[in-house]
Design a protein around this ligand. Structure first.
Ligand code: NAD
Length: 288
């Protein structure tokens, strides 16, 4: 394992993402100690036995005391409160990063809490989800061969960026930069909309079925498509509240195209159906 370049890593929010980051960093040898902070007592109790962190605390101030790197992995709308508390503390030279699924609200929360954009704050987003959640799902290998998007700003310090890049790379991730202005638009289309559709489809079927009996007849396609509907509801509620406008643009495009597809079904328009399915198949083959 690597030479430690980080003395103390503090991870705030020990769910799937924070827990996986903490565990992977512990195993990488890149930091001397990892402290975990969460507001849920059951999560904290499990974190040490699961090998996720070295120490636990429910107190943010003690967690970040002496930390060289602070990872924020709470739901996106909880970031504002955590950042507000951080702004009251003596943070020294600590580099701060986050794993939030939307980036505009987090960057706004940093500006709101500190009054300016901290040079040592590096906004980040690992594109490595899972429908599993909570600390029990923490997996040191979750980020291996997955992309991590960083959206550094003009203010962001090169040294902070380098430390965050090295940390993700130590977990096997493929780190890419993206302009902040693009991130939430791109993710609305590739991640947020598909999650909305999966939640919606499962809810539509479930609410019209007496006792969920119909799911016994669900085959592979349904399972693949709806797996993500088992994702954490609070995490996803926050994503849709935080990324409202970009999600609406993407959803409007989808609704428009879906209503055309509906018309094709209603009219028995074989060519229209074949056209959409053929184009979609070739696009899907292109990226798989
Ligand atoms: P999770 O529900 O598994 O874990 C969130 C944890 O944060 C919980 O343990 C909860 O108790 C804790 N928490 C909530 N508010 C807190 C607070 N104020 N102080 C301290 N702890 C608090 O969720 P997750 O999937 O790990 O998501 C964490 C972050 O990572 C979110 O911002 C999410 O958008 C982002 N993310 C999630 C995925 C995914 O697929 N799950 C992928 C990429 C990024």
């Amino acid at each position: 394992s690597a030479e430690p370049i980080i003395g103390r890593l503090a991870v705030i929010g020990l769910g799937l993402i924070g827990g996986s980051f903490a565990k992977g960093m512990r195993e990488s040898g890149l930091c001397r100690e990892v402290v975990g902070c969460d507001r849920d007592p059951a999560t904290l109790r499990q974190a040490v036995p699961l090998g996720v962190v070295d120490f636990i605390t429910d107190d943010l101030a003690s967690a970040v005391q002496g930390a060289d790197l602070i990872m924020l992995a709470v739901p996106v709308l909880a970031m504002e409160q955590v950042l507000g508390q951080l702004a009251q503390l003596e943070l020294g030279q600590a580099v701060i990063t986050d794993a939030g699924s939307t980036k505009n609200v987090v960057v706004d929360a940093v500006r709101g809490a500190f009054g300016y954009l901290l040079p040592q704050f590096v906004p980040g987003h690992p594109i490595a989800g899972s429908e599993r959640s909570g600390v029990e799902a923490a997996d040191a290998l979750l980020f291996r061969n997955h992309k991590v998007i960083l959206t550094p700003l003009a203010e962001t310090s090169e040294a902070a960026l380098t430390l965050v890049r090295r940390s993700w790379r130590a977990l096997g991730a493929d780190v890419e930069d993206m302009p902040l202005a693009d991130h939430d638009e791109v993710l609305a289309a590739t991640s947020h909309l598909p999650h909305l559709l999966a939640f919606s489809l499962v809810d539509t079927l479930a609410s019209r079925s007496e006792n969920l009996e119909i799911f016994r007849y669900a085959a592979g396609g349904f399972r693949d498509f709806t797996r993500i509907a088992a994702s954490d509801p609070v995490m996803w509620r926050d994503v849709f509240l935080a990324n409202r406008d970009a999600v609406l643009r993407s959803l409007d495009n989808f609704t428009h195209d879906l209503s055309r597809l509906r018309a094709a079904v209603e009219d028995g328009d074989a060519n229209a159906l074949l056209g959409v399915f053929t184009r979609a198949r070739s696009a899907r083959e292109h990226f798989s």
